[in-house]
Design a protein around this ligand. Structure first.
Ligand SMILES: Cc1ncc(COP(=O)(O)O)c(C=O)c1O
Length: 477
């Protein structure tokens, strides 16, 4: 059998997929996140490499059945997890189109419409940042990435290239001093990883203390910058976060922008999670100050309900994309008409899939306002849960939630931090034992907390009430 399938089989497979996805999506409001603890299988698969094939429908049925039975269901309404959403169904349709048509976005010449869709999506997002030139016209540009990690890496690469002429060609050895990046101690580890990959070293990242609600402290940041300047270091970039991974804390971007201007530094905002709110007119408390940033990361595969993968990096300095990533190759087709700049010249990738199409299609189907309603609804759910915790005799909030992540601690127990952490782990173990729902334990500023995130658009008060009941029950186990 070749890879080609005949029309009746293709149609039958399409029907299988449509029916499978339809019943899977029907099940999501009540679906367990994973098998119960005793049913979970940790052993690796041990199939030999298939020498001969099998019937495609049988292969598809076997796999889809097993993926449901033994899977971990991030899309479940009971997943209070790590920023991974229930994918919007139209986005799933978009992904099917992308994998079937396989557009190659590296160059405009080879995939014009898909490239235009990506460019248009970037334009839609960039316009929402509030970046304007002196005449008030929108400015800026960006590129889709594999996720927030690559988006943050790309932003820091631009910041470095912007601050140190010659670094792209001559490397970090051409910089006469140690470049330094300043971030919250609660920032995502992709900043440290990027600094390592960019060759300035992970120690080039200075982690600044946060306030009791996990926002970076700009005064402490300024002290660190001044101290480094006195030691002939090269402060070049400030990273603020809107929506920290542990707590969803939203840094004061306006104050960070004042610092960045004062010390002539690039301001990057990691909005992998909270940056989604640029699609809203109602959530100014999240997006305040974004118009002052030099670059922004947004991860549609988080709060924008896109399936993996889709990240975006935006910058007000459109020219920095090409200055940082531009290369020329002889094997590029030469277009005979002037086209927008090729994607491979403005991103870390060469071959690239169309990660924008699913977001474009979802926006086209549901409109921007559906996202605004989604954020409003999710924040309300988180706030209602927070109110419950505030009135509880058994749990307390470790910090006030800015977005949809709640950090809980067991209340009124006489335990040191290690004992409390063990207690929290035992509670999380108990709550997740049946497989019905999923929460996690983490540390904020070294302090143990139980982390609950509202992220699925299918999650309702009922799911959170059931979780609250499970949390209470776990206390007496
Ligand atoms: C604040 C923040 N930034 C960046 C990232 C990295 O994003 P990705 O997982 O899409 O690479 C994450 C991931 O959770 C995050 O929470």
């Amino acid at each position: 059998m070749g890879f080609d399938l005949d029309a009746p089989i293709r149609l039958a497979l399409g029907k299988e997929l449509a029916e499978f996805l339809n019943s899977y999506y029907e099940s999501l409001p009540t679906r367990n996140v994973q098998p119960s603890a005793i049913e979970r299988k940790y052993a690796p698969l041990s199939n030999g490499l298939p020498e001969e094939g099998m019937h495609p429908i049988t292969a598809f049925r076997e796999l889809s059945k097993a993926m449901v039975a033994d899977g971990f269901h991030v899309p479940s309404a009971n997943y209070f997890g790590l920023m991974n959403p229930t994918p919007a169904f139209m986005a799933v349709m978009g992904e099917a189109l992308v994998s079937g048509l396989n557009p190659q976005l590296a160059t405009q010449a080879r995939q014009q419409l898909a490239s235009k869709i990506e460019n248009e999506t970037i334009t839609w997002l960039t316009e929402r940042t509030g970046w304007k030139d002196e005449e008030g016209a929108p400015i800026g540009s960006g590129t889709f990435t594999s996720g927030g990690n690559e988006a943050n890496f790309s932003a820091l690469a631009m910041a470095l290239a912007y601050s140190f002429a010659g670094v792209v060609e001559d490397g970090v050895a051409s910089i006469d001093g140690q470049p330094v990046i300043y971030v919250s101690e609660e920032a995502h580890h992709s900043i440290d990883k990027s600094a390592g990959l960019l060759g300035i070293g992970r120690n080039a990242v200075t982690h600044i203390m946060v306030d009791p609600n996990m926002h970076v402290d700009p005064r402490r940041m300024e002290i660190a910058i001044r101290d480094d300047l006195r030691h002939a270091k090269k402060p070049f970039c400030i990273v603020g976060t809107i929506g920290t991974t542990n707590s969803g804390a939203v840094d004061d971007i306006t104050s960070l922008a004042v610092l960045a201007r004062k010390y002539n530094m690039w301001l990057h905002v990691d909005g992998a999670y909270g940056g989604a709110a640029i699609l809203s007119n109602r959530h100014e408390h999240i997006t305040r100050g974004l118009e002052l940033a030099d670059s922004i990361t947004v991860d549609p595969h988080k709060w924008m309900a896109m399936p993996f993968s889709a990240g975006v990096v935006l910058t007000r300095h459109a020219e920095m994309l090409e200055k940082t990533f531009g290369v020329s190759t002889p094997y590029m087709p030469k277009g005979d008409t002037p086209a927008p700049i090729d994607n491979f010249k403005v991103s870390a990738q060469w071959s690239r899939r169309c990660n924008a199409l699913k977001l474009w299609l979802t926006l086209r189907t549901h409109g921007r306002k559906a996202f605004e309603d989604h954020f409003t609804n999710q924040i309300q759910l988180a706030q209602d849960f927070a109110t419950k915790v505030r009135h509880s005799a058994t749990y307390e909030l470790a910090c006030e939630p800015d977005l949809t992540i709640l950090n809980l601690r067991v209340k009124g127990v006489d335990m040191d931090e290690m004992q409390l952490s063990a207690r929290h782990e035992a509670i999380v173990e108990e709550v997740t034992r049946s497989g019905e729902r999923w929460i996690s334990e983490t540390k904020i500023c070294g302090m143990s907390v139980i982390r609950v995130m509202v992220i699925s658009y299918l999650t309702t008060h009922k799911h959170l009430d059931e979780l609250w009941y499970a949390l209470q029950k776990a206390l007496v186990q």
